[in-house]
Structures are given as structure tokens and as C-alpha cells.
Design a protein around this ligand. Structure first.
Ligand code: ADP
Ligand code: MG
Length: 463
């Protein structure tokens, strides 16, 4: 029987690779933006039409490519970023697999214009479904411009699988934001169907997050930072009160790359323990820098899933750093305008020592001396009689000495033992009529006028 195994032609292999690398327009946006950053661009422009289905264009002012490189960049495993397998653990570029452009060119119409700063003229290549349609010299600004049109034109099944323009635009925006947040030193422009969506001038990390999410974000951020031998961590978490019902604002960046890590995410959530309402997710923007030797980025074609050598240590560090920041933030007292001032200690009492309570014992008092209990050997139930609240004012003895006190009881006519201390004895005694109004207020005439005391409030204040 004849042999059956044969090598697949390049364009088929590229289409298969594209299945992994390019899931939707947003994947193309990610790869092109990353190439622009790797090219050292300081200005990057992203232009999309119809959710990226019709056009995705990225224009940068980076290093550009020679004519030959421009042609080679569309070959599979063609890259300028690594030369050997060891380089995989010494990466300082986003790309390294050399398959993004080859994959994209296999499933779309691609136009590339590029010029190195040292060259006078640049090159223009058009590729459709992995086939070079033409290559020519052109006069173009320095840098590179790549247009990707009619994505999945030759794979109808994939094209039909795409969602509405709005949904695809949402995915593109997510990718754009992820790249923009790692590179605040680069200015970004983003246009959709001719209108500007983002204009992000170069800045610092915190401001970039605010540029992307709006100025309200600035008040929500609490800085986090930690530096150890294995990890350099900085970034921000959102204050717990701004936690959301969705995971929208959760970002980990490892060595300048957006990554997804459910495990490390758990570490951050654990730091928020007890501070969040159920089913709420904390927002965070955490930038991790680890030794490239200790991170494996090559475990998934889209490079958003990575493997850290010592994930548990990172988990513990992230958790403790976030906890520490939240703690520091909580140390600052908040002004609470909803507090009930009635429950506060009166100002005049703030510095005052509590009076030592005194006990006076009547040595001759005999509770059984009552006539009903005098009969020997007979136990008699003593009927409970509710005592009248007479004499309650004695509770405030010990306070009554201080004639300066703002809160004290006034003399009630029916109970001559209680003395006024708010006004001088002389004053109250001379004018002296005190009476109770509606069992609520104590009204007293003074030499200088009339005094009304809310009985219950006065009681509470003293307590
Ligand atoms: P990778 O980024 O993994 O190397 P790509 O297929 O994305 O693979 O790109 C292939 C090569 O093309 C890159 O290594 C780089 O040399 C070159 N290249 C791609 N985009 C640009 C760009 N915008 N500016 C300059 N060179 C680029
Ligand atoms: Mg790349």
C-alpha cells in the first residue's frame, strides 16, 4: 500500500496556525499593536471599520523594515526577536513566535507599507490568502502601516461565527486598553468608523489608567507596591466600595504583558476578604516584573496564559502587598456626616476624669424589718410594687458639685434635694419656681430669664 502521509503546503499550515492565533478581529489588533510596540514606536494609531471585519489598520513610527524583511515577515516562524530556544527565557519583546503576520496574511487581504528611518524610500507589499499580489517601492513616512481587510474572507465558517460589530468592537477595545495600559510612554489614537474613540497622549501609569477609564477612576485607586528578590510589584487596587458585580476592571500585567491568572486573581481577592459585599469583584491594575528566567510565556499561542516558576510565593506577596495597601488606606479616618451627634461625648467632658462612685451603706437597714415579714417561720410573698421614679436624680450625684457643668439637673420643686448646678445656687434660689411641662421639660424661672431643660436629653447627655 502506498504511503499516505504528506507535508501540508505552507498556506494550509498557515491557515491552521491562524485558527489558534486569530480568533476574531481583536486578535489581529493585539498582534499588530504588539508588533508596533516591539518596533520601538512612540506613536501608534489604530483604525478599525465595522468592528474590524472590514478593516483593521495599525500605523506606527517605529523602526520599520527593509524590503527583504518586509517580505520575510509574512513567512511562518520568521522573527527578528529570538535566535535560539534559550532566548525564550530572556524575552523583552512581546512577540517571539514569528507566526502572527503569516497567520493573518493567510486569512485576510493585507497591505504593508514600511520604511526604516535610514532609508529614503520604503516598501509596499500586498498579500491575499498567503499569496503575494505585488511588491513595490513607495515613498512613505518612517515606520510601518499594516492594513488587514476582509478578515476570514476565505474561511466563511469563521466569518459567520463573528458577532455583531458592536461586540467585536468591544473585544478590540479590550485589547487596545490592555496594551495602552502597559505602555503609558507611548501615545495611542483609536478610531472606529471614522470617529475618535481614544486619544491617549504619553503619560505615566496612573494617568494612563485614568485616561482609559475616565477621570472618576482617579479617586478609586489605592497604590500598591512591593519589591523583593523575586518580584517587583506596583500598580493600584480600587477601593473596596467601588467593587463591581462584574470582573471588568481586573488587570494583571507580567513583564509588560497582559496576562490572565485565576490563581493570582484569587490572591488579590483574598486580600479584600471581609471588605467586599457578596458577589462583588474588586478592581485592580497590578504590574508584576519577574526575572524572565522564571516565567514561561510560550505555553499558549495567544501568550495571555503564562507559567511562573514560583507561583505560590507570588500569590503570597501579592496578597500581602494588597492587604497592606488597603490597610494603609483604611488608616486615614473618614469624615462621617451621618454620625448621630447626640451620642457623642459632650465637648466639656472630653478631658474630664470619670467621678469615682461612692457607696454609702446604712448599717441599720434590715430588709426583714417590714411588718409583713415579722412573723417567724412563715415565708410570705412580698407583692411587687413598682417604685415611683422618685429620687432618680441621685444618679447624677457626683456631677452636681461642678458648678461649671453645661449639663446638669435643675431643681424641681417637689424634690428639694436636687440642686441646680447650671446656674448659680444664688440665682435659682432667689427666683426659684420650677415645674415640669408635659412630663418632658423642666421649666425654671431665673433672675435673668427662663430656663427650659429637655429632661430626657439632659439625662442622655449626662450618661
Ligand atoms: P513576531 O512578532 O513573533 O516576531 P510577527 O509575525 O508578528 O512575529 O512579525 C514578524 C517580524 O516582522 C517581526 O519579528 C518583526 O521583525 C517584523 N515586524 C512586524 N511588525 C513590525 C512593525 N510594525 N515594525 C517593524 N517590524 C515589524
Ligand atoms: Mg508579533
Amino acid at each position: 500500500m502506498a504511503d499516505v502521509i504528506r507535508l501540508l503546503p505552507d498556506h494550509v499550515a498557515n491557515q491552521i496556525a491562524a485558527g489558534e492565533v486569530v480568533q476574531r478581529p481583536a486578535s489581529v489588533v493585539k498582534e499588530l499593536l504588539e508588533n508596533a510596540i516591539d518596533a520601538g514606536a512612540t506613536q501608534v494609531k489604530l483604525i478599525v471599520k465595522n468592528g474590524g471585519k472590514t478593516l483593521i489598520q495599525v500605523v506606527d513610527n517605529g523602526c520599520g523594515m527593509s524590503d527583504t524583511d518586509a517580505r520575510l515577515s509574512f513567512e511562518r516562524h520568521a522573527t527578528s526577536k529570538i535566535t535560539s530556544a534559550e532566548d525564550l527565557f530572556d524575552l523583552n519583546t512581546k512577540g517571539f513566535r514569528g507566526e502572527a503576520l503569516a497567520s493573518i496574511a493567510a486569512i485576510a487581504h493585507v497591505d504593508l507599507q514600511t520604511r526604516r528611518p535610514s532609508d529614503e524610500v520604503g516598501g509596499h507589499i500586498r498579500i491575499e490568502g498567503s499569496k503575494v499580489v505585488f511588491q513595490e517601492m513607495v515613498s512613505v513616512p518612517r515606520g510601518t502601516s499594516i492594513s488587514v481587510k476582509n478578515l476570514f474572507f476565505n474561511i466563511p465558517a469563521r466569518r459567520n461565527f463573528l458577532k455583531s460589530d458592536a461586540v467585536e468592537l468591544r473585544h478590540i477595545t479590550d485589547e487596545f486598553q490592555r496594551v495602552a495600559m502597559v505602555h503609558p510612554e507611548v501615545s495611542f489614537h483609536f478610531f472606529n468608523n471614522g470617529s475618535e474613540i481614544f486619544n491617549l497622549p504619553e503619560t505615566k501609569h496612573r494617568q494612563r489608567i485614568v485616561q482609559v477609564f475616565g477621570h472618576k477612576m482617579n479617586d478609586k485607586l489605592v497604590p500598591v507596591s512591593e519589591e523583593t528578590d523575586v518580584l517587583q510589584l506596583f500598580g493600584f487596587v480600587c477601593k473596596p466600595e467601588y467593587a463591581k458585580k462584574s470582573r471588568g476592571e481586573q488587570f494583571f500585567f507580567a513583564n509588560n504583558r497582559f496576562i490572565k491568572s485565576p490563581y493570582l486573581n484569587h490572591g488579590v481577592v483574598a486580600a479584600f476578604e471581609g471588605l467586599l459585599k457578596p458577589d462583588n469583584f474588586p478592581g485592580y491594575f497590578l504590574y508584576l516584573n519577574v526575572d524572565p528566567q522564571t516565567i514561561d510565556i510560550n505555553i499558549h499561542p495567544t501568550k495571555t496564559e503564562v507559567k511562573f516558576h514560583d507561583e505560590q510565593t507570588l500569590y503570597a506577596m501579592i496578597r500581602s502587598a494588597v492587604k497592606h495597601s488597603l490597610g494603609q488606606f483604611n488608616v486615614a479616618p473618614l469624615l462621617d456626616f451621618e454620625r448621630d451627634a447626640n451620642l457623642d461625648t459632650p465637648y466639656a467632658y472630653k478631658e474630664k476624669l470619670a467621678p469615682v462612685p461612692g457607696i454609702t451603706v446604712d448599717a441599720n437597714f434590715n430588709p426583714f424589718a417590714d411588718s409583713q415579714t415579722k412573723q417567724r417561720g412563715v415565708s410570705v410573698a412580698i407583692p411587687y410594687t413598682k417604685k415611683s421614679p422618685k429620687g432618680w436624680e441621685t444618679l447624677y450625684e457626683g456631677l452636681s458639685n461642678d458648678s461649671e457643668e453645661a449639663f446638669s439637673m435643675v431643681q424641681i420643686e417637689s424634690d428639694s434635694e436636687v440642686q441646680s448646678t447650671l446656674y448659680s445656687e444664688e440665682e435659682t434660689q432667689e427666683t426659684g419656681t420650677t415645674f415640669q411641662l408635659r412630663r418632658k421639660y423642666i421649666v425654671c424661672t431665673l433672675k435673668s430669664g427662663l430656663l427650659m431643660v429637655h429632661q430626657h436629653r439632659a439625662h442622655e447627655s449626662i450618661l
